[in-house]
Design a protein around this ligand. Sequence first.
Ligand code: SOE
Length: 387
Amino acid sequence: MKTLNVGMLGCGFMGRTHSNAYNQVGHFFDIPYKPVLKVCYGRQEDLATLEKFQKAWGYESIETDWRKILADPEIDIVDIVAPNFLHKEMVIAAAEAGKMIVCEKPMAMSYAEAQEMVAAVEKAGVANMVSFCYRRVPAISLFKQLVDEQRVGRPFHYRAIYNQDYTISQKVPAGGSSLWRLDAKVAGSGVTGDLLAHSIDAAEWINGPIKKVCAYTEIFVKERKNAETGEMVKITIDDACMFLAVFENGSIGTFESSRYARGRKNYNCMELNGENGALFFNLEEPEYLQFFRYADPDTGKKVEDHLTGWQRILVTNSEHPYMNKYWVPGTTIGYEHTFINQLADFLQSLDGSKPFHPTVQDAARVQKVCDAVIESAQKQQWIEIDP
Ligand code: SOE
């Protein structure tokens, strides 16, 4: 089996999820590679964190200059989990160095940046993946499968909610290595890029392209203390965002996201209501997919009256997406497995036998919709999005 030497650019939360995936993937999936955690990068200022990270996940060495990792001919795959503002430079440099690329979402700070990244990756012709991990929650994969099987029929409504509550306190600082998500210069946008990017990716994957949006954003806490300088800084990222969407297929959608939704920690929900049925998923109960069956997709015949009603499908059977790779029916898997599943799909695609998505191209599309959402909120008007 060939080894696959990994260079991890970043050592935060996503660095942990990705490192765990490399360590675990070969235990569950037949993959043609043995991933080796060669080197991880962190800033000189974060040396203690970097060393702790190295030990926890088993990296052979550490590096505080990420360009040296790209210059190392031993490294096969560069995994970019650094804060968003670094993605463009890192992805382009990794492509130019001929490395395979894994990049966290949101891929870019803007659609213009995303286009430059796609051009560099396509020019280099390197294998690439952007981590929209929720596509690989088994219940969300099953959601998509049932839509593709026409079980929902003509779609009318798509509804997405992605709420958290960790920034309610005015005392939460902005900036710094853990709270860079509140700093526009580092994150690009607020909940739109961080959370709604997931919802938009899932929505377009399941229900097709969005053709126009009308958005409203809010900043609830206007100033916060900068974690590094101690100075009060103006907050410019969107704390909350709501938008209306019209899909190419004629269905209409609502999207809502906030980090001020008291009680919600990582409440990522999606619902699709169609002529023949409906589907609902909620990440707070990740092993369940809810399905309302109204009519048979082949005959159009309504299901028997006394059998209509929401079904809660426990997505743990071996027939369900990914579940035959894990334990026995009835036992569950979790958040970390979404990263393992996507890595397995990516590594299995490298022989060219089946295409992998989402790529940088798919992520650029998500960025285009995110930009349209922000523009719509700024201009307070509908924004059309080209296909
Ligand atoms: C934000 O809190 C965050 O960590 C996102 O950045 C991730 O993409 C999401 O999966 C969990 O929440």
